[in-house]
Design a protein around this ligand. Sequence first.
Ligand SMILES: Cc1cc2nc3c(=O)[nH]c(=O)nc-3n(C[C@H](O)[C@H](O)[C@H](O)COP(=O)(O)OP(=O)(O)OC[C@H]3O[C@@H](n4cnc5c(N)ncnc54)[C@H](O)[C@@H]3O)c2cc1C
Length: 431
Amino acid sequence: MNNLIWFRNDLRIADNASLRKACEGEGVIAAFFFDPRQFDIGDFGFKKTEKYRAKFLIESVTELRQNLLNINIPLLVFHDMPEAVIPTLVTDYRIKNIFLQKEWTRDEAHVLDAVRNKIPDQVHIEESYDQFLFHPEDIPYSDSINIPQVFTQFRKKCEKYAEIRSIPETSSTITQNNIRENDTQIPKLQDLGLSDFELDDRSAFPFQGGEEQALNRLRDYFWESENISSYKKTRNGLIGKDYSSKLSAWLANGSISPRTIYWEIKRFENEVNKNESTYWLIFELIWRDYFKYVSLKHESKIFKIGGILDKIYAWKNSESAKEQWISGNTRERFVNANMKEISQTGFMSNRGRQNVASFWAKELEQDWRIGAAYFESLLIDYDVHSNWGNWMYNSGVGNDPRDRKFNIRNQAERYDTQGKFQDLWLEERLF
Ligand SMILES: Cc1cc2nc3c(=O)[nH]c(=O)nc-3n(C[C@H](O)[C@H](O)[C@H](O)COP(=O)(O)OP(=O)(O)OC[C@H]3O[C@@H](n4cnc5c(N)ncnc54)[C@H](O)[C@@H]3O)c2cc1C
C-alpha cells in the first residue's frame, strides 16, 4: 500500500508537512493538477488565471518535479480535474493515504469533497495547515470565531503568546521499487488556452517560479544586497526590484514557507543587523497570516458584496468605468500607471494596489468584487486570502477600523514626487 501527496499551494520540498508524513510510508507518489476550471472564465467575466501566474505555476511545478525526483518521488502532472483522476490513481497505485495542505476556501473545499465522494472510505485523507507563520494550533485563540476584527490586536497577542515553529529536516531520498515510470506531461501555456509573452523591460521584477528561485531571491535581498536592512524606508516604492522583498509570488503558491523566511530574518538579525526594517518584514508576514485567519473565521463572506461586515452600499456596475480602469484611462494618472503595470506584468506594488482599489471602490463606488476578480485573474502572486481580504479592507467592507479613502493626488505627490513611475508607464514609447 502506498501514499499519495496531492500538491496544491505547497509547491516545495523544504518545510512541507505532507511530504514529511508521506515519506513515513512504504511507497510514495505525488500529483499536481492543472485544473481546467482554474483557467475558465470566472463570475465577473475574467479568466480565473491569466498568463503571468500560469507561466509562473508551470515553472514552479517543473522545478518541484525535479526536486522530488532527486529524492526518488515521481510527480505525476495532469491537465484535468482531481476528482476525475485521483480515483484511478488510488486503484492503480494501491493508495492507502492521501496527504495534502489544508485549504478551506470555497473552490478548494468543493474539489476535495468531490474527490472524497469518489474514493473508498478506507482511503485516509490527511490535511495539514502548512501555509501559516503562526500555526493554528499555536495561536492564543481557541477558535477562529474569536479572531479579532482588528489586525493590531491579533498581532500583539500572537507576538506575545505564540511561538513560530522551527523547520524540520527536509525529507531525504526514499527507497522505493514498486512505483512505475512517470510519463505524464506538464502542460504549456498554449495547452491552458494562453499565449506566450516576453517580459516587459519595465517590470519591477523578473519573476521565475520554483523553490530554488525563491531561495535565490532571499539570498539576494537579505545577504547580498542587504536591502532588507532598509525595507521599512523603501517598502512604499514603485519602481524596480529593491524596494520590497518580491517574495509574494513564491509564498502564494507555497514554493517557500513563511517560516523559512522568518528564520532567515532571525539569522540575518543575529549575524548582520537587527533593526525596525528587519522586524517590519515579519510584521507584513503577520498581515498575510491575519487574512488567512479572517477567511477561516468568515468563510465565504469574503466573496460576498457586503463583505465580513454585511455592509450595504449602493454599489455601481458601469461597463465604461470598468473599461477605463482596466485600460488605464481614468482621470487619475497615478491610477492609470499602476493599471498599466498590472496588465503588462502581472505585478503591482502594495502602494499601487491600495490606490487603485480605493479609487475603484470608494471614488467610483463600483462593485469592489469586480476589482478583486480582475486582480485574481492578473496577479502573479494571487493569494485568495490576501487578495479578497485586502480588497474588502480597502472597500470599507472588511477589517479597516478607520474606513479610509485615499486622496489619489496626494498619494501620487507623496510616493511619486517627480512622477517617474507615472512617466515610466504612461509616456509614449518610441520603440
Ligand atoms: C487590493 C490588494 C490586493 C492584494 N492582493 C494580494 C494577493 O493576491 N497576494 C499577495 O500576496 N498579496 C496581496 N496584496 C498584499 C501586498 O500588496 C503584496 O503582498 C505585496 O505588494 C507583494 O510584494 P512583496 O512581496 O514585495 O511585499 P513585501 O512588502 O516585501 O512584503 C513581504 C510579504 O508580506 C506579505 N504582505 C505584505 N503586505 C501584505 C498585505 N497588505 N496583505 C497580506 N500580506 C502582505 C506578502 O506575503 C509579502 O510577500 C494585496 C494588497 C492589496 C492592497
